[in-house]
Design a protein around this ligand. Structure first.
Ligand SMILES: Nc1ncnc2c1ncn2[C@@H]1O[C@H](COP(=O)(O)OP(=O)(O)OP(=O)(O)O)[C@@H](O)[C@H]1O
Length: 233
């Protein structure tokens, strides 16, 4: 469904992604793993074309999207949840969701606010509360829920478990598993191997912008030396 082929991305002269190549098949959850500064966010931005790869190619559903404007990439069905939570703090939970509403594309899942409240029960309880009254974890959930209101077929989640309470991390894992069951495809970035193990089918490890491992979580389990070399545990 999504393919990166020899993607090289830069910030000015700084060469941040080095020949990154991996695929995410429809219906899969793939975890992009690596330490702080490894290049996970830049990979997501390079997929969304917020950073345009200087060479290489990003293909989505068979179409070359390299260099396409980001809003057009989003329209094709890619929903991006950045690391920093972007909710409207003065709007209520329900209003935040309405702001994210986009028409469904052919064959894409059509979310309603009620379906999202089933998926995120904490948000249901707080539907009339303003964004600023929510905890960090609830804001994170709301950011994801609002992205789903755009009816994406592919969701990119940048460090969804970062900085949130363990009980919310568990809920987040359940949400991702449910999204997969609904047929969505997910690429998430993580430093937390435990979280990745709970939700992901495949892992891609990057270090210094270079791909060090691509395989299943089981293969990663079988090679603790890889985990020790490239991940903080
Ligand atoms: N706007 C920018 N301008 C210049 N360099 C940047 C910029 N954003 C990130 N970098 C550098 O690019 C490298 C990769 O950063 P990136 O944010 O992609 O890593 P990451 O794996 O997502 O890390 P984190 O977990 O901290 O978000 C780092 O060395 C970082 O300092």
């Amino acid at each position: 469904m999504l393919e990166l082929s020899a993607v090289n991305s830069f910030y000015g002269k700084a060469h941040v992604l080095n020949d990154l190549s991996f695929t995410v098949a429809r219906g899969q959850v793939v975890a992009l793993l690596g330490r702080n500064g490894a290049g996970k966010t830049t990979t997501m931005k390079s997929i969304m074309q917020l950073v345009t790869p200087r060479s290489g190619k990003v293909t989505f559903q068979g179409r070359d999207i390299t260099g396409l404007a980001t809003h057009k990439v989003a329209k094709l069905g890619l929903g991006y949840v950045p690391e920093e939570r972007r909710i409207f703090t003065d709007l209520t939970v329900l209003e935040n969701l309405e702001v994210g509403r986009q028409p469904a594309r052919d064959g894409s899942y059509t979310w309603t606010t009620e379906m999202l409240f089933d998926l995120f029960p904490n948000l249901a309880e707080r539907r009339g509360n303003r964004g600023k009254a929510l905890s960090g974890g609830e804001q994170q959930m709301l950011t994801i829920a609002r992205t789903l209101m755009g009816n994406p077929s592919f969701v990119l989640l940048d460090e969804p478990s970062e900085g949130i309470a363990p009980v919310i991390v568990e809920q987040m894992a359940r949400v991702i598993i449910q999204l997969k069951q609904e047929g969505l495809t997910v690429l998430l970035s993580e430093q937390n191997l435990h979280f990745a193990r709970a939700v992901a089918d495949m892992a891609v490890i990057i270090e210094g912008g270079t791909q060090k491992f691509t395989g299943t979580l089981q293969e990663l389990n079988d090679h603790p030396e890889i985990r020790d070399a490239y991940l903080s545990v």
